[in-house]
Design a protein around this ligand. Sequence first.
Ligand SMILES: *[C@@H]1O[C@H](CO)[C@@H](O)[C@H](O)[C@H]1NC(C)=O
Ligand SMILES: *[C@@H]1O[C@H](CO)[C@@H](O)[C@H](O)[C@H]1NC(C)=O
Ligand SMILES: *[C@@H]1O[C@H](CO)[C@@H](O)[C@H](O)[C@H]1NC(C)=O
Ligand SMILES: *[C@@H]1O[C@H](CO)[C@@H](O)[C@H](O)[C@H]1NC(C)=O
Length: 271
Amino acid sequence: MKLLFGLSALILCLYRSDASTGPNIVAHPIEVTNQTSAVLSCNLTNPTSAVRGHYWTRNGKVIETVEQSPALYTEYSLDKIDSRSSGLYECVFLSDPQVQMAIEVKTSPDVSAYKHSEYGNENDKGVMVCVSHGYPLPYNWRWFKMQDGVEQPIVNDTGRYTIKSTPNKTVLTIEELDMELDMGDYRCYGDSVVDSKFDTIHLRVRSRLAALWPFLGIVAEVIILVTIIFIYEKRRKPDEINDDDDSGSAPLKSNAATNHKNKDVRQRNSN
Ligand SMILES: *[C@@H]1O[C@H](CO)[C@@H](O)[C@H](O)[C@H]1NC(C)=O
Ligand SMILES: *[C@@H]1O[C@H](CO)[C@@H](O)[C@H](O)[C@H]1NC(C)=O
Ligand SMILES: *[C@@H]1O[C@H](CO)[C@@H](O)[C@H](O)[C@H]1NC(C)=O
Ligand SMILES: *[C@@H]1O[C@H](CO)[C@@H](O)[C@H](O)[C@H]1NC(C)=O
């Protein structure tokens, strides 16, 4: 028992001495949540070698060119924190080895519908999409259908509904759209550790017939056109006769008529 105590005391002592002698970065603040602006700072103590410079990164990308300086302190000002400037920030000191410290800058998830108005045809699939930007991304997505102003939860995989989600995107699919059941407003909620945000999508369901309208329109057009041509042709015949009379081609016609008569006579004679 005594040995165990001694051993753990020794380990603690070694750990402490290591912590107090090694390089250490004190970041301030450690985390920023729900703020509109902030000044991030890092203070390096006990560097193992001379510091050649420092820089800052956001989500692993360098956001400030390296400042060549032996300084052990650096700060970065965020004048406006929103979903575009939130993220995982890191201060990096160029020493041997390089040392760094992370500061999380968190905002409410920026949840938005891919399209605020969606259309689907009866019996087809309905697809609605919401996306999120910023840091941190939602760890959970939920969908609701609005029924008389009240949110009705949509359960995944109950046959008609399928929800597929990743941290930055959620897709709700409805099988065999029904005009009565499915038309209306839908809400997607993105839940992050900071807050929950939602956006609304209005789904319209068109009847199968409506989908056929353009085709039926063309058919109707053709029918009308054919009818017009037909009527025109029918009416043209008596007009033609009048025209012929006017243009003085009457003799030709009467000839034809007499020929016709002659033919009839001939035919009768031969009988
Ligand atoms: C950095 O840390 C040291 C030791 O903890 C402290 O004395 C010093 O004031 C700090 N510097 C800044 C700029 O915060
Ligand atoms: C919904 O169910 C499908 C099929 O079982 C599954 O692949 C998907 O991960 C589920 N989505 C959620 C958000 O649970
Ligand atoms: C969402 O995340 C995936 C990886 O998880 C990435 O490939 C994709 O580009 C991201 N999309 C957006 C819109 O940020
Ligand atoms: C962030 O602010 C929202 C309201 O703007 C609040 O509901 C939420 O609890 C806050 N989150 C944290 C972690 O303070």
